[in-house]
Design a protein around this ligand. Structure first.
Ligand code: IMP
Ligand code: MG
Length: 188
């Protein structure tokens, strides 16, 4: 596997910036849900994992965590069709719970739209979205997002949970891919 430095065009968000923004988000969520005794964070696998584990450490009120995985049909690896299939469902009932959906990135919005639609049929008390990254210019369908870490330009990013062909999720920062260099080296 190649070293990421071969195709990293820039560090978009540093480890320090992530840590400080995620602390703010955690504090805000702790305030907003201070009266709730039924908060559950739902992480969408796999991209949201690193964000979830850092975010939950910054949330000072008791809460549960859950995981779900969805796969989108049809489209290529970098575009979503909006049609999703649940490949791993929640283990608990979210009826009457205060739910925060924790996402890595919102791009077209199709994935999130479908997930929200599906979760709302289970009648949670409240349902909010917390995304680390928002590529707002790319939105094709409107989705309500309560917490946004960073609004970013339309560039393909990786690291901090986000993958490039399944690798590099471990990097502690958000980097921008130099697509040309990445693809060139891939075909060698
Ligand atoms: P949407 O349905 O178009 O909003 O797609 C969102 C999903 O696409 C995210 O959960 C990511 O898995 C993936 N995605 C979109 N943009 C990027 C990116 O820049 N890097 C890595 N994954 C991305
Ligand atoms: Mg994802």
């Amino acid at each position: 596997m190649r070293d990421y430095r071969e195709f990293l065009s820039e560090v978009l968000i540093s480890e320090e910036q992530l840590e400080s923004r995620i602390s703010e988000l955690g504090r805000q969520i702790s305030l907003d849900f201070a009266e709730s005794n039924r908060l559950v964070l739902i992480c969408i696998l796999r991209g949201g994992v690193m964000f979830l584990t850092d975010l939950m450490r910054k949330i000072e009120i008791p809460h549960a965590i859950e995981f779900m995985a969805v796969a989108s049909y049809g489209a290529g690896a970098r575009e979503s069709s909006g049609q999703i299939r649940i490949s791993h469902d929640l283990n608990t009932d979210i009826f009457d719970r205060d739910v925060i959906l924790v996402e890595d990135i919102i791009d077209s919005g199709h994935t999130l739209h479908s997930v929200l639609e599906m979760l709302s049929t289970r009648k949670p008390r409240s349902l909010q979205v917390c995304t680390l990254l928002d590529k707002a210019d790319r939105r094709e369908i409107e989705v309500p997002v309560r917490y946004v870490g960073f609004t970013i330009p339309n560039k393909f990013v990786f690291g901090y949970g986000l993958d490039l062909d399944d690798f590099y999720r471990n990097l502690p920062f958000i980097g921008v891919v130099d697509e040309e260099k990445y693809l060139l080296g891939k075909n060698k």
